[in-house]
Structure formats: C-alpha cells, structure tokens
Design a protein around this ligand. Structure first.
Ligand SMILES: [Mn+2]
Length: 348
C-alpha cells in the first residue's frame, strides 16, 4: 500500500500520456477555480500536443456560474445526477483531489479504471489507492502549478510566459482563486513568479477578476446574508460558526453552486482564529448530511484545520479544509465545535 506522496514525476506523467488518445480528466465535485482551471488547462494542453487526441473534462456537482465563460471552446461535460463519462478512456487524470469522497459518485467509475489513472494534486491528504501514479505537490498553493509544469512538458515549452493565452488564463484562475486572489498564507515566491509569467503570456487580470470573483448571481449575496445571519461565536470569540440549512438556501433562490467560500467572512473578525460554515446537503437515499468548510488564520498559535477536519473524516490544507458529517446541522454543530476545542486543548 503506497503512501499519499509523489511517486511519479511530471516528466513521467507526460511520457505516460504521450500515446494516449481518449483521455478523461475529472476533479472534485462542485469544481472551484483551481479544479476548473487545472482540468481545463490540462485538456487544452493535451489536445494541442496531439492532433488525433480527444481529451475532455467531466464535472459533477453544481458547476460554477462562470464555467462556460472560462472554458470557452475547451471540451467539457457537466454530468447530470449520477451519470458517468460515456467514453471508454485509455487514460484518466484526476486533478485537484485524490480523495474518493471528493470524487463523489465518480469514485466508482474511477475505481473501474484505476490502472490507467493518474492523480495530480496539492492537498495534504488523499487516498493513495485512487491511482498507481501520484503527483502530490504539497508545497503548491494550487493544483494548477504542477498542471502548468505538465502543460509545459507536453507542449515542449520552457516557461509559462510562452503558453498560449487560452491555457495561461486557466492556470492563472486556479492560482488566483486558491490563494484568495493572492491573500492567503499559501502565497509564496513561486506563486508570484508563475503569476508574472502568466501575465507575460497575455493573461488579462481584470477580465478574470470580473468573470470569476465579480460574477456572482444576486442569489449568492442573498444566501450569504442568510449565512451571516446565523453567525455564532464560541471559545471567547475565537471560533466563528455559520450555518446554512436547505430551507435557507431555497428561500434565497440559491443553488448549490452559490454557497461556497463563506468561511472566509468569519475570519474578518479580529478575535476569530478559525471559522467554519456548515451547509446542509441532501444525499439521495441517506437523508440530510452536513458539509463543513473550515478556514483559519495563519501565524503563531495557528489552528491547523487539516488536522481538525481529519478528526471528522475530512482534510485539506492547514488553513483551508473540509469534512462531511452524516447528521443534520444541529447535531453536527456540537461535533464541529468539539473537534476545534479538542485541537486547541492538544496544541496549546
Ligand atoms: Mn486546489
């Protein structure tokens, strides 16, 4: 049983893929900017590198409103319900996750193709049995960073500044969104170095900001207000919790793609060190469950929310993670608060 560590270099992945023709790229359910950017950039690079190849992305869960605009003519499909890709691939690439749980109902389909699957990710936790070829860039702020290296290898380019702009802007989208538009603690020199090269390649930063970050539907702000209205503070105002019931989501006319990213808001409070948003989700056949999104502030005495999420069966990064509990919100909430307090107790 292998570990959740890189066992295959980008060059090895490039040579594995070089003679593959029908490549299916998948990512985590409810794709965010990095999931969409890394998957679309990869199919663009793959199809550009070979005239006969047909690589395409298959998404599951609610796609973000800006997906069509971002993708342009890059080939992608949004799977309805529990449908799976209707092509027989000769290679599968999973980007921006390596977790069976995050693949949602695509997990069973990926399992059927394990031998031809490759994972390119940057999360600290994952399931090593998803693929025999793992490239886990744990130091990367976004999955687009290793995917950019792969794109350069496939297209035989030396620098990201030489990328076609249609690929550069997808990579930039992942880099910008996974760093909160260059605000989070995962902003390292490599992030700005790559961003600079992508701007040299012709990326239009204001256009992408308007498309992705300023492209919300009114319902998203209404559901944000619903979440903010439930704000509770625990542990001497150091822990912020917000909740979103299915009813509140419906009331605001929002869909599942309108509800991500609210935990950031809790961190705006000076005393708050960790913020969590609990969202009720209906899982067909198994009743209500609660999805938890954690964010924490970096710095001394930081709460490592990857560790907190792990105790609830989830994971992610030190300052951004998630988990899912098979209970309604009101029963899940005490477990979430307890998991945070337990971490504090063991780490102070
Ligand atoms: Mn990511």
């Amino acid at each position: 049983m292998s570990a959740w560590e890189t066992n295959t270099s980008i060059e090895e992945i490039a040579s594995f893929l070089v003679n593959k023709e029908r490549i299916v790229v998948v990512t985590h359910a409810r794709p965010d900017g990095d999931a969409a950017g890394s998957s679309l950039a990869l199919v663009r690079a793959l199809n550009r590198a070979s005239k006969t190849r047909r690589a395409s992305v298959w998404y599951t869960g609610g796609p973000p409103a800006w997906l069509d605009t971002l993708a342009g003519d890059a080939p992608f499909h949004v799977l309805e319900g529990d449908k799976t890709p209707d092509v027989e691939p000769d290679a599968v690439v999973v980007v921006d996750t390596g977790s069976w749980k995050q693949l949602d109902h695509l997990a069973d389909w990926v399992r059927l193709h394990t031998e031809i699957t490759t994972v390119i990710d940057h999360h600290l936790e994952g399931n090593p049995d998803v693929a025999p070829r793992l490239h886990v860039a744990k130091e990367a702020a976004a999955a687009v960073q290793p995917v950019c290296e792969l794109a350069l290898a496939l297209l035989k380019l030396k620098s990201a500044s030489e990328l076609p702009v249609s690929i550069a802007e997808l990579i930039y989208t992942g880099l910008a969104t996974d760093t909160g538009w260059f605000r989070h603690s995962n902003v390292r020199p490599a992030v700005f170095e790559l961003a600079a090269d992508l701007l040299r390649a012709g990326v239009d930063h204001p256009k992408l900001l308007a498309t992705i970050d300023q492209g919300d539907r009114p319902a998203r702000l209404r559901v944000m207000a619903e979440a903010l209205g439930t704000l509770e503070l625990f542990d001497r105002d150091r822990v912020a919790i917000m909740s979103l019931t299915t009813e509140a989501i419906h009331r605001s006319g929002a869909g599942s793609s309108d509800t991500g990213g609210f935990s950031e808001l809790g961190l705006k409070i000076a005393s708050v060190r960790v913020s969590a948003t609990l969202t009720e989700v209906e899982i067909a056949g198994s009743g209500p469950a609660t999805k938890i999104s954690f964010r924490s502030k970096a710095g001394p005495g930081m709460i490592d929310v990857n560790e907190v999420a792990k105790t609830l069966g989830g994971g992610g990064h030190a300052n951004a993670s998630g988990a899912r509990i098979g209970l309604p919100i009101e029963q899940a909430k005490p477990q979430v608060v307890a998991a945070i307090l337990e971490y504090q107790k063991n780490n102070t």
